[in-house]
Design a protein around this ligand. Sequence first.
Ligand code: UN1
Length: 507
Amino acid sequence: MDFLKTLNINAHNKGVSTGLQWLKTKGEKLSSFSPVDGTLIGTVAAADRAAYDAVVEKAQSAFAEWRTWPAPKRGEIVRQIGMELRQYKTALGTLVSYEMGKSLQEGLGEVQEMIDICDFAVGLSRQLHGLTMHSERPGHRMYEQYHPLGIVGIISAFNFPVAVWSWNSMLAWVCGDVTIWKPSEKTPLCGVACQNIIQSVFKRNNVPEGVCGLISGGRNVGEWMSADTRVPLVSATGSTRMGKAVAATVGERLGRSLLELGGNNAIIISAEADINIAITAAVFGAVGTAGQRCTTTRRLIIHEKIYNKFKEHLINAYSQLKIGNPLNEKNHVGPLIDTDAVKNYVDAIEKCKAEGGNFIVEGGVLKGKNYQSGCYVKPCVAEAKNSFEIVQHETFAPILYIMKYKTMDEAIALQNGVPQGLSSSIITNNLREAEQFLSAAGSDCGIANVNIGTSGAEIGGAFGGEKETGGGRESGSDAWKVYMRRQTNTINYTDKLPLAQGIKFDL
Ligand code: UN1
């Protein structure tokens, strides 16, 4: 376990930090058990209210200074964090894999996403542009600028225990905001490891204490943040149920929330699909991260002409999957996060069967020598109807539902016919089908792809979705704007005061 040492993770860790120092707390201890082998990796001391308030107060005072640093100077800090992450990529990727259970390849890929967002944010630090408008009044200039917002609260989920934090914080920091992060209580050591990595950068650059706070803890920390008027933006990734609670509390005080919630992502496989692409995209999308990405492929909508043939391909591909220790690169599928997740998986299979689903690849919980944690399950595939209650629901597990279609209109209606709206794809070589899928009458999701799968988005695009996915956008494109407040400025450089709309008001 050299990676733990490299990341400065001990058996007992503090879990609350102002960015420069760790605080003592009287909160309970979070225990982190690896789903890989059931080992207790370590504990993390959670925040109590006093520690929470201490971090928020430090963040407030840090903001007063940090917002005056020129944005490219803030970008320089983020550049150094990117360099540091390159150095710790193997260790951090391994911890992600060991604490969360995704394959080592995907753990390393997740750290690569962090490095990529650092690079993106460095460039962005010189491009926080507003527009210049033409005033209707003579001798007037009108323009807009973007100013930092203040404290950004980040609530992240276990499935991307480090990348989602970095998408939010790297942008927030170049924008001049300060952050407080509540990592998932299922992956608290990933939070501690990231804090250890960045702390040295903040220290050696004399960044004010409080720019990058960490507040480990459970649901109560999320509730404190959501209700806290000192936190103008809460960015939350997780279940739709959690997101609705955050949105209601933040909305009550007219704060801003950025929500990244459940997905129920489908791939339409046309009669004119390249079958090799379709199979790889579908299987990686469905079983990658053991079906625990919000972009996981949960449904395949297959043209009736190729349906039977495609089923055979799927059965064949699933028979080749290797399930086991995710740190062994030969395995494709690791464990689910914990035994509660296993229970949800088992329940979903039962519900699907009860509603009339037909499993063409059977599921099941794996037992025995290499599976002692009790978290390993078999990826499975069921013929199902889109209208099944269970198909309408996001189960965070490798269960793939397949169904047939005749016309593209019907396929798009099925694709859109769920409450969630994150990611979607079509596999086709037919330009007309692809364009129909991307048109205003096509996919209703935040992400719509052609000839690639639903998961594995690059950081350069805005990431997020519609409907119950929550509407937020993170990461690339102009997602940074949500981390800033916009100000319109009109300046009169004459000795007259002409009013807009031609209004006369003489005294
Ligand atoms: C998530 O599952 O919360 O597109 C994020 C992807 C990754 C991010 C997923 N880049 O699959």
